[in-house]
Design a protein around this ligand. Structure first.
Ligand code: HEM
Length: 505
């Protein structure tokens, strides 16, 4: 009896102190509208028992009905959903909003750029930004062209035949191009099955990590570790890391070979040596990790590589697969994209300069990314109070920015917001809209480091494929439902058919 009384008193005192220490958080939270909180658990019940597909349509319905911005409680955590473009700009451009909330730790790559805490991230991002500079991007264009050309020829196997799932092929393709152009390693020497297994394992691994976010009861690490989900995660993580380990070993072997070949008598006199070349991501990473001040240990080095592969592989594969699907759904637009390619670059490799001339293709890609975004929502943890228009967002809150909702908001895109229309991206229409109304790569200092690379690589691939084939599909846009995950998935496979435009034998 005494023990029970003691524990109860202790719990009450603890709770009162806890509330008192967060007085300002509650004060500011109360000024943000948000209708559905229960004591202690807040809005946790909202996500209970919903699978990722149901969750998207449910949250979309809620967000369209409820006020903006909106607050909700996930147990003790204050969530603030911000979806007005001008408020999103205030958040994403604030230097006090580059910290990611604790959920990003669930992906277990907190030493890489994607999940790193703000102080480490600031230092590393500044040092690594140069590996996506225009000089580096320009230098990888020939390689991207060669890979895309080869891929387009490989598709000939499917031309004139039945529907096939193009995502499987593109996941392998983007893995090979990312590792070749940013990690300096040619994975095309690996067997097809190995690469496909790697991609599908990575998708399952990070989908499971994402699901943990809305299953709040799995948040405490000590509880999570007791579940079968943790065991499976560890198994998948081990498999996932085998590839970055292989890449590191291949780099070491190549470096040792070069050193052995390096005969000082053969080297050029200093004044005849080439100018320093633009360093791709791995070269820059190797360089900065030699400086002990940058605090990149062996594990951190590998996590940077894992991050690049996870950031660049499935995102690009999904965006390209979605675009081939939409090209198949809208043949008139496909023809316009094709005619533009024939005007700009009817044969051969496309140059860095010519890429900017593919404006119709860019509008088409943007419309696909608007309605089928790759990232459904992102989150930030302000480290100080941040003013977002008339609202003060407290430090300690978790700000959620739902791209999915912003991209379909009728107040931004008009009554036909759900209709596929690349003319939404005509220059005059873009000029009328807030620049933060469409941000598929996020914005501000912590946006996607691979954004420009992504545009270039997608345009080059599309150029080679659309030039060679007519694409068709039986799937229609209204048939598609998105499921909430780190990379948003469709409820359908990317089933397309190809007809050759030219004799590709
Ligand atoms: C269509 C393709 C892509 C889309 C839609 C996309 C989208 C995004 C978004 C929305 C973020 C911000 C995530 C957040 O704040 O939670 C992000 C971050 C990131 N992306 Fe991408 N991405 C794409 C391609 C790429 C590529 C090709 C690479 C690598 C070459 C890449 C590497 C990264 C990295 C490393 C981060 C973390 C950046 C940081 O925190 O500093 N992404 N991406």
């Amino acid at each position: 009896m005494i023990v029970v009384v003691f524990i109860s008193v202790f719990a009450i005192v603890y709770y009162i102190n806890f509330r008192r220490s967060r007085k300002r958080l509650y004060e500011l939270a109360d000024r943000i509208p948000g209708p559905f909180d229960y004591p202690l658990i807040g809005s946790i019940l909202l996500t209970l028992g919903k699978d990722p597909l149901e969750l998207v349509s449910y949250l979309m319905q809620l967000m369209h009905r409820l006020p903006s911005p909106m607050r909700a409680w996930l147990g003790p955590f204050l969530l603030v959903v911000v979806d007005r473009p001008e408020m999103v700009q205030d958040i994403l451009s604030s230097p006090d909003c580059v910290q990611k909330p604790f959920m990003y730790d669930f992906f277990r790559i907190s030493k890489g750029l994607f999940g790193a805490p703000a102080d480490t991230w600031k230092r590393h991002r500044k040092l690594l930004n140069t590996s996506f500079s225009p000089a580096v991007l320009k230098s990888v264009v020939p390689k991207l062209n060669a890979k895309a050309e080869q891929f387009a020829h490989e598709l000939n196997e499917y031309a004139g035949g039945d529907c096939f799932d193009v995502h499987v092929l593109l996941a392998r393709y983007t893995l090979v191009t990312i590792s070749s152009t940013t990690l300096g390693t040619d994975l095309s020497v690996e067997k097809r099955a190995v690469l496909e297994e790697y991609s599908s394992n990575a998708i399952r691994l990070f989908t499971a990590c994402f699901e943990r976010i809305y299953k709040a009861w799995l948040h405490p690490e000590f509880i999570y570790r007791l579940t079968p989900a943790y065991k499976e995660e560890q198994h998948r993580m081990q498999l996932f890391k085998q590839m970055s380990r292989k890449i590191i070993n291949m780099r070491h072997a190549a470096a040792a070979e070069n050193k052995a070949k390096d005969d000082p008598q053969d080297s050029e006199p200093e004044d005849k040596q080439e100018l320093p070349k633009a360093k791709i991501f791995i070269e820059r990473l190797e360089e900065i990790s030699r400086d002990p001040n940058n605090n990149i240990d062996e594990d951190g080095f590998q996590q940077h590589i894992d991050t690049m592969m996870f950031g660049g592989n499935d995102t690009s594969a999904q965006a390209l697969s979605n675009t081939l699907l939409t090209l198949g759904m809208y043949p008139d637009w496909q023809e316009r994209v094709y005619q533009e390619i024939m005007e700009v670059v009817p044969t051969g490799h496309i140059s860095y300069e010519d890429l900017t001339k593919l404006t119709c293709m860019e509008m088409f890609l943007k419309e696909t990314l608007r309605l089928l975004p790759i990232t459904g929502l992102i989150a930030r943890a302000p480290v100080k109070e941040v003013q977002a228009r008339e609202f003060t967002i407290p430090s300690g809150a978790i700000v959620l920015i739902p791209f999915l909702k912003i991209h379909r908001d009728k107040t931004i895109w008009g009554p036909d917001a759900e209709v596929f229309n690349p003319e939404n991206f005509l220059p005059e229409r873009c000029a009328e809209r807030h620049p933060y109304a469409f941000i598929p790569f996020s914005q501000g200092p912590r946006n996607c480091i691979g954004m420009k690379y992504g545009w270039i690589s997608m345009k080059i691939l599309l150029c080679h494929v659309v030039r060679m084939y007519r694409i068709a599909t039986d799937i229609r846009l209204p048939d598609i439902q998105l499921s909430l995950s780190l990379v948003m998935k469709l409820n359908k496979k990317h089933l397309i058919r190809l007809e050759p435009r030219i004799d590709v034998r």
